[in-house]
Design a protein around this ligand. Structure first.
Ligand SMILES: [Zn+2]
Length: 243
């Protein structure tokens, strides 16, 4: 490569092509939108947790409602029992005064039990209401998180589109610049790899891999005129000497 010497225009074109390559790498990295993706994943996970909590609270609410219904049914059965006993008591046929007192005691016991069960029913209904309120509040938070996710998703889409347009523009610029660079270099400039295919030397180091030029290479580089080329002995990148 040391024998390849670019004209001023070719040198300008390759320098701009290298600079555009650097912009392209930045844009390509930005296009991944790593931070937004991570934020979206975090929101999705948060939403999942809140949804699971909504389901759990719906289960708690249903349990308390079922317990309240059960209490109501038990109270109804006991009220029916009281009614039958009162009927017997009022009829009084064949009952001794001891029987009457026994029935009165039984009714009093049943009424006390009904009061207790009604208390249980109220407690269960209150617990169901509490669970329902917590469920609604959690569902509201889940919806808020989903809304933030939708906003972020929309931002990601529009930013992705903007970056794709910018990348297409830089690609176009580079294709035009390539036309002004000798065809013999096109093959290696189009080649992919870990490092950019061409770079300039910055403070004695390869602009692609960052390695310091070896003593011999640094000597060759010093002796090159502007537009001279050599290869980094670290990464093989084409190095362009500028004025
Ligand atoms: Zn290098």
């Amino acid at each position: 490569m040391a024998d390849t010497q670019l004209t001023d225009d070719q040198t300008d074109a390759l320098r701009e092509w290298i600079e555009a390559g650097s912009r392209l790498r930045t844009l390509t990295h930005e296009a991944k939108q790593v931070e937004r993706l991570e934020a979206l994943r975090a929101l999705a996970s948060q939403h999942g947790e809140l949804q699971a909590e909504v389901s759990r609270l719906a289960g708690v609410q249903a349990e308390h409602e079922a317990a309240a219904q059960d209490a109501e049914k038990r109270a109804d059965d006991l009220r029916e029992h009281v009614h039958r006993t009162e009927t017997r008591l009022n009829d009084g046929t064949g009952l001794t005064s001891r029987d009457l007192m026994g029935l009165q005691d039984e009714i009093a016991g049943l009424r006390a039990r009904i009061d207790e069960i009604e208390g249980e029913q109220v407690e269960q209904l209150e617990a169901a209401e509490t669970a329902a309120a917590q469920k609604d509040e959690t569902a509201g938070r889940a919806e808020e998180v989903a809304g933030r996710g939708r906003t972020l998703q929309a931002e990601r889409a529009s930013e992705g589109q903007r970056l794709a347009e910018d990348i297409a523009k830089v690609d176009g610029t580079r294709a035009a610049l390539l036309e002004r660079i000798p065809a013999s270099l096109h093959g290696r400039l189009r080649g992919g790899g870990e490092y950019p295919p061409a770079a300039v030397v910055t403070s004695g180091s390869c602009g692609a891999c960052g390695a310091q030029l070896s003593g011999m290479l640094a000597d060759i580089y010093r002796n090159l005129g502007p537009g001279g080329l050599l290869e980094c002995d670290g990464c093989g990148t084409l190095l362009l000497k500028l004025a």
